[in-house]
Design a protein around this ligand. Structure first.
Ligand code: 13P
Length: 339
């Protein structure tokens, strides 16, 4: 384990004005995204779509790293350059999703545990060889009347800490991603409580597993109202609750917290991030690692038609730029129409 390399990579990923593009949809998830635009999910189409995203001119000005899926990290751009090499040349760090998905947690109805530890040491060394310098592992935590249970939190946190330790052993920066899902009609307070409980246990586990926090990043949900909740908290409240929750539960030695968008609209994800960064003064950098909130307008503009590649790239470049400003607390809604 080379602590200096890990810490330097983690800092690079949250450098001022930049964030992460999550383009690591599993085969099942990308099929859902393609279904929404009426495009068949074939290996060729998936390659073409990722080719469009990753070859966006100037993307490296606002995007520090890209999380890829196993299939994508082995694919190449149209000109034959392997995607990880293409990213590195364009000033973006290649990353890789290494969990194998959330599975039902036996005897705990409605909850999941994320799998993927078997053979992970060998897979990490293979990914390092093809250029990955950071990784991601996502756990899904459900909010409900009696959820999440303490046991589901512990099972997920323990697995995530084992993953993080294996990553650091391989000089790969682990992103630990506990996602408290927006699904349901729970209040913003319930989301805050579930997020706080999860983060407490996660950082206990990371410490017990001897993970170097300065060489890791946290990817987490913002504290928001459930998607079906009657009252939806506005940006000021979301920012306040999120910062309060993180301040109480995330050690200051963590260099950066990169939010997932989790089903928020692309504009909300930008507005919320900006709101948190306007005041500044946090111990960690607050940045983004959005999937849908960066890709949605681009996916729609592309629509599976090679003639629309430039349109799709412009849409992605615009969202990347807006979120880079939000990472600095310098975004304003007028900039949307200016584009
Ligand atoms: P969303 O921003 O679409 O939630 O995706 C981020 C991610 O990587 C989830 O694991």
């Amino acid at each position: 384990m080379d602590t200096d390399v890990l810490r330097e990579t983690a800092r690079e990923l949250v450098a001022p004005g930049s964030g992460i593009l999550a383009a690591d949809e599993s085969t099942g998830t990308i099929k859902k995204r393609f279904d929404s635009i009426g495009v068949e999910s074939t290996e060729d189409n998936r390659r073409a779509y990722r080719d469009m995203l990753l070859t966006t001119p100037g993307l490296g000005e606002h995007i520090s790293g890209v999380i890829l899926f196993d299939e994508t990290i082995r694919q190449s751009a149209k000109d034959g350059t392997p995607f990880p090499e293409l990213l590195a040349k364009a000033n973006m760090i290649p990353g890789i999703k290494v969990d194998t998905g959330a599975k039902p947690l036996a005897l705990f109805t409605g909850e999941t545990v994320t799998e993927g530890l078997d053979g992970l040491r060998e897979r990490l060394s293979e990914y390092r060889e093809v250029g990955a310098r950071f990784a991601k592992w996502r756990a899904t935590i459900f909010c409900g009347p009696d959820l999440p249970t303490g046991f589901a939190i512990l099972a997920n946190a323990h697995a995530m800490a084992r993953y993080a330790a294996l990553c650091q052993e391989a000089n790969i920066v682990p992103i630990v991603e506990p996602e408290i899902l927006m699904d349901g009609d729970h209040t913003i307070d319930a989301c805050e409580e579930a997020t706080a409980r999860t983060l407490t246990v996660l950082y206990e586990q990371l410490s017990e597993h001897r993970v170097d926090l300065a060489g890791s990043l946290l990817k987490v949900n913002m504290v928001v109202s459930g998607a079906e909740a009657e009252t939806q908290a506005g940006p000021a409240k979301v920012a306040e609750a999120t910062v309060r929750c993180l301040t109480a539960n995330v050690p200051p030695s963590v260099p950066g917290i990169v939010f997932l968008s989790g089903g928020q609209s692309d504009l909300d994800a930008t507005i919320h991030l900006n709101e948190m960064n306007r005041s500044g003064g946090h111990p960690w950098v607050l940045s983004f690692s959005y999937g849908r909130a960066l890709q949605a307008p681009s996916l729609k503009a592309w629509g599976g038609d090679p003639a629309n590649v430039e349109l799709g790239q412009r849409a992605l470049a615009h969202r990347a730029h807006m979120n880079s400003l939000a990472q600095l607390g310098e975004y304003s809604a007028e900039l949307e129409s200016a584009a």
